[in-house]
Design a protein around this ligand. Structure first.
Ligand SMILES: [Fe+2]
Length: 308
């Protein structure tokens, strides 16, 4: 979708969402183990809700999964009497495991991700030599969003935007005046997401970010992660387009694409892989499901040696 078409679609959303009651309600849950913010967004009138980027706890030493983080989300949703329509993933995360299937079982909601997840499944299906039953067509998810696809959350208008660069399949979901932008921008004092995973591209990330920054300045941005920045002692996961355009240390207004690409590429060369990349990718490419159990009834996570 062109910036112009994006603007037009967004203007429609803003126009439809100007009634004060159409402003979505937000509650975020921050997982300090993986620095991930899970957002629960709902329409105050109809109670229709979406859960975005949930976390399944995983202990790499024991290989055990648990749901302490997701249980807090369940308690909140039940207390608020919300009707969960969606379990959304902004992308196939490499640093935490999704709790979407578990939350779906507890609360309902269709699991949605960007249509280009098939590229990610192709890449990591090959690297992890996935079983033949692992289809690389996105069928593990309930819905694959395409760029510019509109939907509603109760009375709230919403649109999905393809914002690749961090991975090929990243999506942003704009619901009313709130944009859930995954791993693109981080807080202004921290900068931007890495772009060196398979299929990532700093140049593409820059273009996706400029697209997000063409949204109205007052748009609320909700991030997937925060790591604190030097000099800041609390986690924050909400900002605005205006604040990012003015202050983002990597990509504020005036920073050129080439300058960003040089900075991002140099910085990425210094980063080690996320601690949980092996289990995260294998589970998230399966929409949050464990790999099928082997003939002894146990699921296994693989480690490709000398490959990643
Ligand atoms: Fe990510």
């Amino acid at each position: 979708m062109s910036d112009l078409a994006l603007s037009a679609a967004y203007d429609q959303i803003v126009a439809a969402g100007t009634h004060p009651q159409a402003r979505p309600c937000l509650r975020s849950f921050f997982d300090e183990t993986t620095f991930t913010a899970t957002h629960v967004v709902h329409d105050p009138r109809t109670r229709a809700a979406a859960i975005i980027d949930s976390v399944m706890d995983y202990d790499p030493a024991s290989g055990r999964t648990s749901f302490h983080s997701a249980e807090q989300v369940v308690a909140y949703v039940r207390h608020e009497n919300l009707n969960v329509l969606w379990q959304l993933e902004t992308h196939a995360h490499a640093d935490h495991l999704s709790a979407a299937p578990w939350l779906k079982k507890q609360l309902g909601g269709r699991i949605g991700i960007g249509a280009d997840i098939v590229q990610v499944q192709q890449t990591f299906g090959t690297i992890f030599n996935a079983e033949p039953a692992f289809t690389r067509d996105g069928a593990q998810f309930d819905h694959l969003f395409t760029d510019g696809e509109t939907f509603t959350l109760g009375d709230l208008p919403a649109i999905a935007l393809h914002v690749p660069g961090h991975t090929p399949a990243d999506m942003a979901f704009i619901i009313g005046d709130a944009a859930f932008i995954g791993d693109t921008l981080f807080m202004p004092d921290y900068g931007t997401a890495r772009a060196d995973f398979p299929g990532g591209s700093a140049r593409t990330l820059y273009q996706s970010i400029r697209r997000l920054l063409s949204l109205p300045p007052q748009t609320r941005l909700f991030l997937c992660h925060d790591y604190k920045a030097p000099g800041r002692d609390r986690f924050v996961w909400e900002t605005t387009v205006a604040a990012e355009r003015q202050n983002n240390i990597h990509v504020h207004d005036g920073i050129s694409e080439d300058a960003f690409v040089s900075m991002r590429t140099a910085r990425d060369a210094t980063l080690s892989l996320p601690n949980l990349i092996m289990p995260s990718v294998q589970i998230n490419m399966r929409a949050g499901h464990l790999p099928a159990p082997e003939n002894n009834g146990i699921s296994y996570i693989k480690i490709p040696v000398n490959t990643l």
